[in-house]
Design a protein around this ligand. Structure first.
Ligand code: ADP
Ligand code: ZN
Length: 582
């Protein structure tokens, strides 16, 4: 900031100087005394003339020895210069063209200065305008959104309920010495209701809601973004308890040094640092909570995720069939639906739709209905809206993923879940889903008993089998030519475990009780624990065993997969019921 001011001052000084000089010259010339040629000659004779400017114009300019100036007619005769020189007069020759050039040069320079100064001024003004805009960011003071405005997302709502309590009763927690969370990051696909969730927290806690976007803070001018952050927090503090929502936090919190050719972005770094400083600056009992949203957690700078900053990360996923049904219900409350509209069926059809998309589907249908103006929204309106939205979606959009992919995902995930239940029942499968998350196509999560200090060899082999089970199920059901790339992470994990077993844990006869990394560090040339051929043999063997296991329980695999296709998400208890009933 200071630097820039100095530059403006210098530019201003130069302009004043140039203009002043020009004026002075002009003024001086006004005082120039016109004299006759005769007078001039006598002055020359008397030795009163000091210097003369000789050019091809009609007039001669000269200076007396006393410093005053005169002009007279230009005789333009040959040898004139010599006459003058004989009289000891300094003569400078120039053409009027040259004087003209000088003048235009001066004018051009002036214009250039003025232009630069004006445009800099303008940008500064813009930047200041934006600063002023932040200063004017006013919160929504009475937020009407509540958790009732959100359908589905039950787990996220439960976590956020806690935040509401922190805001309302921070003293309660500080009394027990608990460190309150300052920041929460909500992550998940666009339109899944992250903004809605943040707003609902403010609504439930009854505090003002400040909404900004990360992109607002990334300016061309270093320091502006940081200033805006400070302004925002200053303003927020004036309100006491409040929720600050920063959408698209990745705009300012991307992992550093990821710019082209590894250049870091000063402005963004400063802005990020300002944000972190503000967040560690506010008092725990203040009751200010910062909620940020992003599509992807893994692109964020680690500095943002450290304790005392955004240390809570909550995934807001795409809704499953159940949640879709609830969202559709919620958004059709104010819409006159005809009985031809079957929301259950619509929920079934709208796989991979986000909440926002479901909302706009109903809205689109309402518009079609209004055009017909027959009093209610019927199935045709819904169908029309459905195709409008599908057609308008990008090709790569999840909604367009073929049923085939859905089936593959269902069998793949069912494979993981089935094998886990069969060989490692102590690892509870808590959830299986075919709804894509930020982590990948489908997903299954299990609880590994945490109280185990050592992993047995058999546990590690089981982990490999569980990882391979997805691919094994795909191959069994769809055939070896139709297996997919969906297993790539699984294969990576399985290989990693196997290599560790061999190189670090002494779990292979062939490699023995040696740590191969230690060997290498101590000067043994790239010691080979065993060849990749050996590893492949072990992996093949485990894969065969897993395939056999699934084959023996193929009816269970089918039951789980078909239920997944129908319900998209299965909880632990659902899975148990299916396994028992089949
Ligand atoms: P994001 O911030 O994740 O991009 P938004 O919060 O802006 O998504 O969601 C946009 C709109 O979509 C919301 O205003 C709401 O109408 C609708 N919506 C999204 N998710 C839900 C949900 N779970 N329940 C109800 N409405 C939802
Ligand atoms: Zn898998």
């Amino acid at each position: 900031m200071k630097n820039r001011k100095a530059i403006y001052l210098i530019i201003l000084a130069v302009i004043v100087l140039v203009v002043g000089l020009a004026l002075y010259n002009h003024y001086k010339q006004d005082k120039v005394q016109p004299i006759s040629y005769n007078e001039f000659i006598s002055a020359v004779e008397n030795g009163r003339v000091d210097s003369l400017v000789l050019d091809d114009s009609d007039i001669l300019r000269g200076k007396y020895k006393d410093g005053s100036s005169f002009v007279t007619d230009n005789p333009r005769k040959d040898g004139f210069k010599e006459d003058l020189l004989v009289h000891d007069i300094r003569v400078s020759e120039t053409s009027s063209q040259m004087q003209f050039d000088k003048l235009t040069g001066l004018l051009l320079t002036l214009a250039l200065f003025a232009f630069v100064a004006i445009s800099l001024k303008k940008k500064e003004k813009q930047a200041q305008g934006q600063l002023a805009k932040t200063a004017l960011v006013s919160p929504e003071e009475r937020v009407k959104t509540s958790f009732d405005s959100i359908a589905g997302n039950e787990e996220a709502k439960a976590s956020m309920q806690e935040m509401v309590d922190f805001i309302k009763n921070p003293e309660k927690y500080t009394r027990y010495g608990a460190r309150l969370p300052r920041g929460v990051i909500l992550y998940g696909s666009p339109g899944t209701g992250k903004t809605l969730m943040a707003k609902a927290v403010a609504g439930e806690a009854g505090v003002p809601f400040f909404a900004v976007s990360g992109a607002d803070f990334v300016q061309v001018y270093v320091g502006v973004g940081a200033g805006r952050i400070r302004d925002l927090f200053k303003k927020a503090r004036e309100y006491g308890k409040c929720v600050i929502f920063i959408d698209e936090i990745d705009a300012l919190g991307k992992k550093r040094d990821q710019g082209p050719n590894g250049s870091s972005n000063d402005e963004r770094d400063q802005t990020l640092n300002a944000l972190l400083a503000e967040m560690s600056g506010f008092n725990e009992s203040e009751g200010i909570v910062v909620i940020a949203a992003t599509n992807r957690l893994d692109t964020l700078d680690e500095a943002l995720l450290r304790p005392g900053r955004f240390d809570r990360h909550i995934e807001i996923g795409l809704p499953d069939i159940n949640s879709r049904r609830k969202i559709l219900e919620l958004h059709s409350r104010n819409k006159p639906l005809d009985e031809s509209v079957d929301l259950d069926n619509l929920a079934y059809q709208t796989v991979y739709f986000s909440g926002a998309k479901l909302e706009s589907l109903l809205n689109e249908a309402a518009i079609y209905a209004a055009k017909r103006d027959q009093g209610s929204i019927d199935k045709r309106d819904i169908d029309k809206a459905f195709y409008t939205i599908i057609a308008g979606a990008e090709k790569k959009d999840r909604s367009a993923i073929a049923e085939r992919d859905r089936r593959v995902t269902a069998y793949h995930e069912a494979g993981h879940a089935l094998v886990t239940s069969l060989i490692a029942p102590e690892n509870k499968v808590t959830k299986v889903t075919i709804i894509p998350s930020t982590k990948g196509a489908g997903g299954f999560s299990m609880n590994i008993p945490p109280d185990r200090m050592y992993h047995r060899k058999i546990d590690m082999e089981n982990a490999i089998k569980i990882a391979l089970a997805g691919r094994a199920a795909e191959e069994l059901v769809f055939g070896p030519d139709r297996v997919t790339t969906g297993a790539s992470n699984d294969i990576e994990r399985a290989t990693g475990i196997l290599v560790d077993m061999v190189r670090r844990f002494g779990m292979s006869e062939k490699s023995g009780l040696l740590n191969y990394d230690v060997l290498y560090q101590n000067g043994f040339n790239q010691p080979q624990s065993c060849t990749s051929e050996d590893l492949k043999k072990t992996m093949d063997d485990l894969y065969r065993k897993v395939t056999g296991l699934i084959e023996d329980n193929i009816h269970l695999l089918k039951a789980i997969a078909e239920n997944l296709l129908l319900r998209e998400t299965l909880e632990e208890k659902d899975l148990k019921l299916i396994m028992e009933a089949s």
